[in-house]
Ligand binder design. Sequence first.
Ligand code: FE
Ligand code: FE
Length: 244
Amino acid sequence: MDPLLNLRDLLQHEIDDLYSAEEQIIEAMPAMAEKATNRQLKAGLNEHLRVTKEQKKRLDKVKSLLQSNQEGERNKSFLSEIFGTDTKCKGVEGLIKEGEKLMGEDMDPQVMDAAIIAAAQKIEHYEISGYGTARAFAAGLGLQDVAKLLQTTLDEEYKSDNMLTDLAVRKVNVEAEDGGANTEMRSNSGRGNGQNGNTGSTSSRSGSKSGSSASKKAAPKKATQKTAAKKSSGAKKAAKKSSR
Ligand code: FE
Ligand code: FE
């Protein structure tokens, strides 16, 4: 008996999901950039909007590659039982709604910038997860052309996420904390926030090369690269123990 669902079907589902995610992000991002006060943040969001439009085109290429490789009918019935016939990405829809709700609140401009970064990074992390998984599926299926295209986008998502983390811990969070005063002093003492709040560059970087569950081995090493210096020696020992 044929399985109800195979890896190929799952890959197609991930691609449809990411396509919808990119479409929604393209619609939502101008308002986020508009609302941002920090010039670097505004420019970064606008640049990522430009990149996102290219990512959508890249997914068109992925879709046509998958179609040309398609053997037999795609098993849609089981997936539509789970997700319905609507292919709208509910995950990103929810993240965008949460971000819009936050942006509707009354806040100091510096605090608003921190909120915008937080919302944007949640979306980036969703994309990183989706592209990492899809890339790993494609590589596992021997679809190297598809895997390569997905890796290109994955790298771009990491770049954006790292830019946001850097901007948050170096400037925006610091200014949000004290309303712009004592930025220099705070930036020296307050960087610990980046380890917990804007963690994109530390927690997710490992997926860039490995993607999906294949990243298990690389994750602890990579994740500690940026944070190890700031962790206590006790924490280091514990990490070593758990990776054995
Ligand atoms: Fe994207
Ligand atoms: Fe993105």
